[in-house]
Structures are given as C-alpha cells and as structure tokens.
Design a protein. Structure first.
Ligand code: SF4
Ligand code: SF4
Length: 528
C-alpha cells in the first residue's frame, strides 16, 4: 500500500529508506521483485538507503559507501563487491556472516572503536582511529581526496588504497576452539500451546449471547532438544510459533499439553510466578531491542547489580559492585560504564548490558531473540562474537530466534524450521542448508539475500501469506503456498516425518529420494 501511495504522483525518482528491514525474508523477496518490476516498467530511478549489503547486491546497479558524513567509496555493484578498495568497505564485508565465514576457523572481524561524533572528527582521514591500515604522517594530514581509480568505475577516499591488501585488514588470530557440547538440557516432547479465542459465530448465536470458543494452535506437537553448549536456532516467518515457544520456555505462557523439560525439571506447565529463584536464573533472554528493557533513570551499575541480587548471586553492596564490574569486563565495557545512564550508551553498548544481565545468574540456557537485528552492521559482528565467547566460557546453551539466515548459518549448530505452529524440518546446520530440503526451507533459503557475488541462488518467491492459525489447512500446513505441492494428499493428510539422515527430519509427502535430487538453492562459484 505504501509503495502504491509513493507511486501515485508518477515520480521519476523513488527513495527507499530501509524498505524491508522489519519484514520476513519471504515478504522481503516479494517486495524487492515488485519494486524491480515497477521501476523497469516506468523507467524510474531508485535510491536505496540500507545497511543490508545482500539486499543492495540484489537490487542496485551502483553503490556509495558513506562514513562519518562523507562518501568513502563508490562504484558499480560488480566492482565494489568484487574488488572493494576502502578499508571501511572491507571492514563491513568482514563483519557480516558470508558463506566464507565460520565461527571457528574464519570468524567475523568487528570494526574496532566507534563512529566519531560530528564535532570530534579527527584531522585527516575520519576513519583513521579505527583503520587497521592507518599510517602516521600519511593518514592524519589534511583532507583526504576522493579519487577515481584508474581503469575502473570506482571512486575511493583513502591515501593508501593501492598498497592495501584485504588480508592486511584482518588481525592475526588463532582459530577459535569449538564449544564443548554436553548432555541434553532442553527437551520438548509433543509440546502444544493453544489459546482460546471467541469466534465471530453466527448472527443468531451472537444475538442470544452465545459466543463460540475456538482454538488458536500456536504450537502443535513440537519435538526438539538442545544440548549443553550448543546453539539451536529456530527459524520461520512471523506467526510461525517460534516466539510462543520461547514464551512457554521462559514461563511467560504455560503449555496446553506435552512436556518441556529443562535441567531435568518440567517447566512447560509452570508460569514465571511459580518458578523458583534457581529456575528463573537458569533460563534467561537477550532481547532484540535492548532499549526497551533498560530503565532509563537507573545507572548501568544499579541495573546489573539488581540482576545479581535477584538471582541470589551476591548479597551486600560491596560484593554486588565487585561482581557488577566483573560482568561489565566480561562484556568488554570499562569500569566507568558502571555510573552511566542508558541514554549515554550506543545501541551496541546497551546490548552488552542486556547480555551482562542475562548472564548474571549463570544461566544454563539463554534465549537470544534476534539479538543483533536492531544493530548497525559493524556492531553486529562484535555482539555476535561476544555472545559466542561468553557461551563458550559458561558452557551455556543458546536458543537463537532469528529470521536472518546468514546469522543462523554462522552461529547455529542445529536448526529447527517452523511453519504455522509446527516443526517442518530439523537437523544440523549443514543438513538444513543443503538438500534434501523441506520445500518451505528451500523457499526461505532462496529468499535470503547474500552479499557475495560468488553466490548464485535459485529464484523462488513464495506467493500468499501465512494462513490464519485459527483456520489452518487440514493436511500439510504449507500446502496453500507450497511450490512443490503434490495434490490432494497434501490438502487432506498431515505429512509423515521422513528421517533424511541421523537427526535430520523433514515433514513432507514427497518421497525422500526425490527431495534428495533437488538442486541446491545456492552454489558458490570460485571466481566472480
Ligand atoms: S587514509 Fe589511511 S586511515 Fe584512512 S582509510 Fe586509508 S589507510 Fe585507513
Ligand atoms: S507435504 Fe505437500 S504441500 Fe507439504 S511441503 Fe510437502 S509437497 Fe509441499
């Protein structure tokens, strides 16, 4: 509707400011396709403002990278994504979980430091204090010119671009030791959560004051498990039931039937008010938007200290302050942050406080609900690495809820794909990202933009919306949108769980050997 309104005056230029940021990947893919078709038809120029490099690669012809109020690099998509020149552009690519990254062998490389405030910009190159290629006497002199790169369509604002190699901008690091995976700490067995809602009913029933109750099946017969030290990702579109599952786990809702065992205790039927202090401390959450969870009038120290006392970790003032400072150091914030108020913190610093509070009670399981999606690209890498570092140290299980499949591929050990309240596929990270796929997983993977020219993806755009959970399809939950639907059997009969490999389940009527023959959604070419 908003796109239609913007097009009413038949503009020659359309400005799109983060047009798909809050949308599911499948909806995002549909919107991108629509905008492209309209722009081609009406010969309209578009300017995208976005931090999503994958989206830019898939939609734009040219790209301009800005830093601290200046254009620092510009060029065609092919040249800038193929041979970036400016250290900041390299830094952005090193911050995002592309297929070449690996949480153990090739981890993300956060950009050090902070963006300078407009009145504190340094002399010379404004990126100088954060640049790994900074050279005194060269980079800190006068205004850095914006030069055209010879024999290229690129422009770059860097004095040393011709000397810099991409590898020079990655610090030497040893590979990171994998987290130790222990025993099962979370087990859901036929777990269901239904809500009772009033149906509109017939007119006569309404006139007689008889309102019919119907069930909204938010989670249906979920079976999943997670081990100590493991990262289990739950993915799916909004309304698939992943948030309801997290709410039941945290005690914000109680289950309707089935079992949910955490640390050998049934927690699905126990609301947060009935849980013991130890149970509350053992299950914590890192929220998507840390701003909403911090009290604006209390200092960081008071808020971290409160979590420590609430979980019975510390008693007196002195001990609480010492432990609070220890926690701040764990999340890499210096002591002076103890006295700061939330408004004095950047988005990334607020998320560090959110992580410090979540880990204050030594939890065995932390729900990470879209933990980096509200942050800038350069901050996302630092927070992702911090979460993993603390997870390794404490041996905590992470339950990652995310719609960003790049983050899921990078962080997770195992993945559960949900659709309309049911699990449609589950398996190890590699099993989920390679055939055989559930047709819904296949569409999700195809919809996710990837900021790498070498990656060639198949084009699958899902039509239609998620059906209402008040009136779900009788057979397969995905049958109204499935591009591979077989026919009547999909409409009438719930599909069986096919065991594709050890620990890899796919709920579909298509025989396994046919799913195995499906072409991979993406392939990485050796040269762009
Ligand atoms: S001018 Fe120097 S500090 Fe600035 S980006 Fe280039 S190498 Fe880095
Ligand atoms: S059971 Fe049928 S509708 Fe469901 S995913 Fe498989 S092919 Fe598609």
């Amino acid at each position: 509707v908003v796109i239609a309104m913007a097009l009413l005056a038949n503009p020659s230029l359309l400005l799109l400011d983060e047009p798909t940021t809050a949308l599911d990947v499948t909806v995002e893919a549909g919107i991108i396709k629509l905008i492209r078709e309209i722009a081609t038809k009406y010969q309209m120029t578009q300017i995208y403002i976005s931090h999503n490099l994958g989206l830019i690669l898939e939609t734009c012809d040219r790209v301009c990278v800005m830093y601290s109020g200046q254009a620092v690099e510009e060029g065609s998509i092919q040249s800038l994504f193929g041979t970036p020149k400016h250290p900041y552009t390299h830094g952005l690519f090193n911050c995002i979980p592309l297929p070449k990254t690996d949480k153990q062998d090739a981890p993300l490389v956060p950009i050090p430091g902070q963006l300078p405030l407009p009145h504190e910009r340094p002399i010379g190159c404004t990126y100088g204090p954060r640049c790994r290629a900074f050279k005194g006497g060269v980079c800190d002199q006068g205004t850095v010119p914006y030069e055209r790169v010879a024999d290229s369509d690129q422009f770059v604002r860097c004095r040393r671009w011709s000397e810099i190699r991409a590898d020079d901008l990655i610090p030497d690091r040893e590979g990171i030791k994998a987290a130790t995976i222990g025993d099962v700490v979370l087990q859901a067995d036929q777990l269901s959560k239904y809500y009772e809602v009033e149906s509109k009913g017939t007119m006569s029933a309404t006139m007689l004051g008889m309102k019919e109750k119907i069930q909204l099946k938010a989670n249906q017969e979920l079976n999943l498990s997670a081990r100590q030290g493991e990262t289990l990702a739950i993915v799916g579109e909004s309304g698939c039931g992943k948030t309801t599952f997290a709410k039941v786990l945290l005690g914000l809702e109680t289950s309707t039937s089935g079992e949910l065992i955490h640390d050998k205790q049934e927690v699905g039927g126990t609301g947060v008010q009935q849980r013991s202090q130890a149970q509350l401390a053992a299950l914590q959450i890192v929220f998507q938007n840390p701003v909403d969870t911090l009290n604006p009038s209390h200092t960081v120290g008071a808020q971290v200290g409160r979590a420590l006392r609430k979980f019975g970790i510390t008693q007196g003032k002195k001990e609480t302050k010492e432990k609070s400072l220890e926690l701040l150091a764990k999340v890499k914030l210096p002591d002076e942050f103890y006295y700061r108020l939330p408004r004095q913190l950047s988005g990334g610093q607020k998320q560090r406080i959110g992580i410090a509070r979540a880990f204050a009670g030594h939890p065995t399981l932390v729900v990470a609900d879209e933990p980096v999606s509200a942050l800038d690209v350069s901050v996302q890498a630092a927070i992702t690495e911090l979460l993993m570092e603390i997870q390794r140290e404490y041996g905590t299980t992470l339950l990652l809820i995310s719609h960003d499949l790049s983050v899921v591929r990078y962080l997770s050990d195992r993945v559960v794909v949900m659709y309309l309240g049911r699990i449609v596929e589950s398996g190890s990270r590699d099993q989920i990202f390679e055939p055989p796929y559930h047709p819904y997983t296949e569409a999700l993977l195809a919809a996710a933009p990837i900021a790498d020219l070498r990656v060639k993806k198949r084009d699958i755009v899902l039509e239609g919306n998620l059906p209402s959970p008040l009136d779900p399809p009788k057979g397969c939950p995905f049958e109204t949108r499935c591009p591979r639907k077989l026919g009547e059997i999909c409409e009438t009969t719930l599909p069986p769980d096919l065991m594709a490999a050890d620990g890899h389940r796919i709920a579909c009527h298509i025989p396994l050997d046919e799913l195995q023959d499906v072409e991979p959604v993406f392939a990485i070419q050796q040269s762009a």
